[in-house]
Ligand binder design. Structure first.
Ligand code: 13P
Length: 256
């Protein structure tokens, strides 16, 4: 199996000071698990730079929750991928909150992916269906459309840095995670799409599950063959829960 990746998306939580304190706790708690798991934290943009200093020398890696796609220019409020390159290795692209609340269309997500790869960042592409789409039996169509649109114009070498997170919107922040079997089925579909796009190189792309991952359900999710890790929201703000989730991923990892 692939080396697991567990990413903690803090969303719009914690002041800079609170965030840096949490990172100190995570250094102490999570670093022993980092031999078996790639651990990424995604704090708010304002916390990224001081967080890089707190994480210097740590195997815990940093990621941004979003990026623009232009290198620079009159784009008030945006951060360019070039501003992250070299010190903030990961970037989340296409989170459902960006898609829904900020109306980011597939075309922007594609532009962001292209720009992130061009700058040597490791994108985590998030996809997933809403409750209405789920109930209407449209999961396959929606997820296929999102993945295909995001990867439009991609090259084989994207596979080296890309991860995909399947986050059913109805499972985010609701306490109602997808069942491991359901998630595994959609993720198998995503992996088939990745194989169509990247051929054998797709085998190295990690596909993560996100949506109400907890200390309690992490092990069952992680035991599924298609699940290579987790994208964690609420539980990533709680040291005990996040440590247990990372430990569950470590337990499924091949010995180093
Ligand atoms: P929760 O883990 O809080 O459901 O959030 C999931 C998520 O959106 C991570 O990106």
């Amino acid at each position: 199996m692939l080396r697991p990746l567990v990413a903690g998306n803090w969303k719009m939580h914690l002041t800079v000071e609170e965030g840096l304190q949490l990172l100190q706790v995570y250094r102490a708690r999570l670093e022993p698990l980092a031999a078996r798991v790639d651990i990424v934290v995604l704090p708010p943009a304002v916390t990224l730079w001081p967080a890089a200093a707190v994480l210097r020398g740590s195997p815990i890696q940093l990621g941004a929750q979003n990026t623009g796609w232009e290198d620079e220019g009159p784009f008030t409020g945006e951060i360019s991928p070039g501003m992250l390159a070299g010190w903030c290795p990961y970037v989340l692209i296409g989170h459902s909150e960006r898609r829904q609340l900020f109306h980011e269309p597939d075309q922007w997500i594609n532009l962001k992916l292209r720009a992130a790869v061009r700058h040597g960042l490791k994108p985590i592409l998030a996809v997933g269906e809403t409750l209405e789409e789920h109930d209407a039996g449209q999961t396959d169509r929606v997820v296929t459309g999102q993945v295909t649109a995001a990867l439009d114009g991609s090259h084989r070498d994207w596979a080296e840095s890309l991860s995909v997170a399947y986050e059913p919107v109805w499972a985010i922040g609701t306490g109602r995670a997808a069942t491991p079997e359901y998630a595994n089925g959609v993720m198998a579909r995503i992996r088939r799409l990745l194989r169509e796009e990247f051929a054998s190189a797709a085998a190295g792309i990690r596909v993560l599950y996100g949506g109400s991952v907890t200390a309690e359900n992490a092990a069952d999710l992680m035991a599924q063959p298609e699940i290579d890790g987790a994208l964690v929201g609420g539980a990533s703000l709680k040291p005990d829960a996040f440590t247990a989730i990372v430990a569950a991923a470590a337990a499924t990892a091949s010995p180093v």
